[in-house]
Design a protein around this ligand. Structure first.
Ligand code: DQA
Length: 148
């Protein structure tokens, strides 16, 4: 059976994982996270596209591409979660399942992180679990795509 393709996207500053506020985000680097996610995805029979961008327009483009070439999207939109109508509109345009993912629980942090532009246009969410949240998001996506 052909592996189902899932796109996993990271928004601004996630490329700095490992050195960025390690007390908040941990010490695993983005590149180490990519290796972990590829292993987890292949264990679940998923073919993973993994990408990160700091640019809002780039993120919108990658979301649109996922809608064309993937069966599901997992996105940590990082700060754009709280600010971007463009990211929200790009997600709204998709007809594939979308999982919103965060390393931390944004609602338990600064008040400005409680504003969420995408929550009501995604299928499901995983937050506050750190790196293992990525594994759970992939497992959740595999469930959403089962028998599809
Ligand atoms: C984040 C939470 C966001 O509020 C923040 O802007 C990030 C990372 C997380 O994964 O916890 O950059 O999405």
């Amino acid at each position: 059976m052909k592996a189902k393709r899932v796109t996993m996207l990271g928004g601004p500053n996630l490329g700095l994982l490992g050195s960025r506020e390690p007390d908040v985000y941990g010490t695993v680097t983005w590149s180490e996270l990519e290796t972990l996610c590829n292993d987890w995805a292949s264990g679940l029979g998923l073919d993973l596209v993994f990408a990160q961008t700091d640019g809002e327009g780039d993120l919108v483009g990658l979301i649109g591409r996922a809608g064309v070439d993937s069966s599901g999207l997992i996105i940590n939109a990082a700060a754009y979660t709280h600010t971007s109508v463009a990211v929200r509109d790009a997600l709204s345009a998709l007809s594939i399942p979308v999982i919103e993912l965060h390393l931390t629980n944004p609602d338990a942090r600064e008040p400005f992180r409680r504003r969420n532009m995408i929550r009501d246009v995604v299928t499901a969410g995983v937050f506050g679990l750190g790196i293992p949240g990525y594994r759970l998001a992939l497992a959740g996506m595999a469930e959403l795509l089962a028998d599809n």
